[in-house]
Design a protein around this ligand. Sequence first.
Ligand SMILES: Nc1nc2c(ncn2[C@@H]2O[C@H](COP(=O)(O)OP(=O)(O)O)[C@@H](O)[C@H]2O)c(=O)[nH]1
Ligand SMILES: [Mg+2]
Length: 399
Amino acid sequence: MMKEETPRANRFHIGLFGRRNSGKSSLVNMLTGQQVAVVSDVPGTTTDVVLKNIELPGVGASVLVDTAGYDDEGELGGLRVRQTVNAARRVDLALIIVSGLPDGAEKEKAWAERFRADDIPVLYIYNKVDEDGGSHADAWCMTLGATEVVSVSARTGEGRDRLLSAMAEVYRRTDEVEDLTGNLAGEGDTVVLVMPQDIQAPKGRLILPQVQTLRNLLDKRCTALCCTADRLSATLSVLSSPPSLIITDSQVFPTVEALCPPQTRLTSFSVLFARQKGDIRQFLQGAEALCALRPDARVLIAEACTHVPQHEDIGRVKLPRLLRCKFGEALHIDIVSGNDFPEDLSAYDLVIHCGACMFTRRHVLNRLRRARACGVPVTNYGVAIAALTGILDKVAVPE
Ligand SMILES: Nc1nc2c(ncn2[C@@H]2O[C@H](COP(=O)(O)OP(=O)(O)O)[C@@H](O)[C@H]2O)c(=O)[nH]1
Ligand SMILES: [Mg+2]
């Protein structure tokens, strides 16, 4: 049987950054044990950002992000560097690869500073030790003011284990929210999941948030029951005592709330995922700002993916309609998608971000930090819709 692949957005993203010819693509090949990346002594061989899934010891499902050299030149080179800059925002760990003599290391210092500003951990790698026995590694360490430079040879595989354990160590220190339901569910609890299988659900399958929530509950040794909204009453009646938690799709919230027993806590999939894919506190503050918008306010709706807009698309149709219904037609709404998220957000009174199922948590947190720096409140689709439909103060938020 084919093993289900871990979705890309749930993988630990490791970016390889460095000058052209430092050996980034060779390192991808060394780590994967395959010739997946094109290696060449012609500078500028890697032109696009290339992703490669890999399982790493102590890390698990990961993706290596191979980039074009950050010293690329010319018109096309400038474009590539911009792609590398975009890739830099979505990695969980940055490997800065160097080789030879440090000669000032201005580029490396600037990039290390960029990662520091985004709170992305950095590992320095000194490559091509087979050529010089690593004689310049200490010089790099001093020049960069680094505590450690990991010496490797992509060619001979020397230092591979050291590099793997250094990456695993960084992974252990990262702050992924692993526990989706947090303190809302514990061992022995009975949890009911209300999961409408509407037209948007893929044929014959469950959508990913439902699968991930079920997995979380099973891992925590809860009893999980699933039903559609019309079966909730019957489902509750077969239980000898009320469940400790009901998790519902927001679309059927009013129906579910009406049936929810008084001692049962109620939350929604969107709130669970807002916490996992962002900062739920910042989103809740954003929801307060949302409720207090002026009729002529400027709102930015940001979508992570560039999918073909669907009928009743949340970002393009449903949210704007709800917003205009509450605040009137004078509201100014801009919609951006993919990497078009503006650097300067200060023109906006509020940003509403999508659920970011295609982004890593780190990527969303970077955007949230940017918004905070501009003093602009941010909320996300699920929290915004909950606020606009008056259910937000009725949902339990996990800690
Ligand atoms: N001697 C030696 N050469 C290497 C090593 N790693 C990469 N190279 C060579 O350096 C050149 C550039 O490698 P590449 O991986 O394409 O660099 P990138 O531009 O950073 O992706 C190629 O000729 C590689 O064969 C290494 O560990 N030792
Ligand atoms: Mg390359």
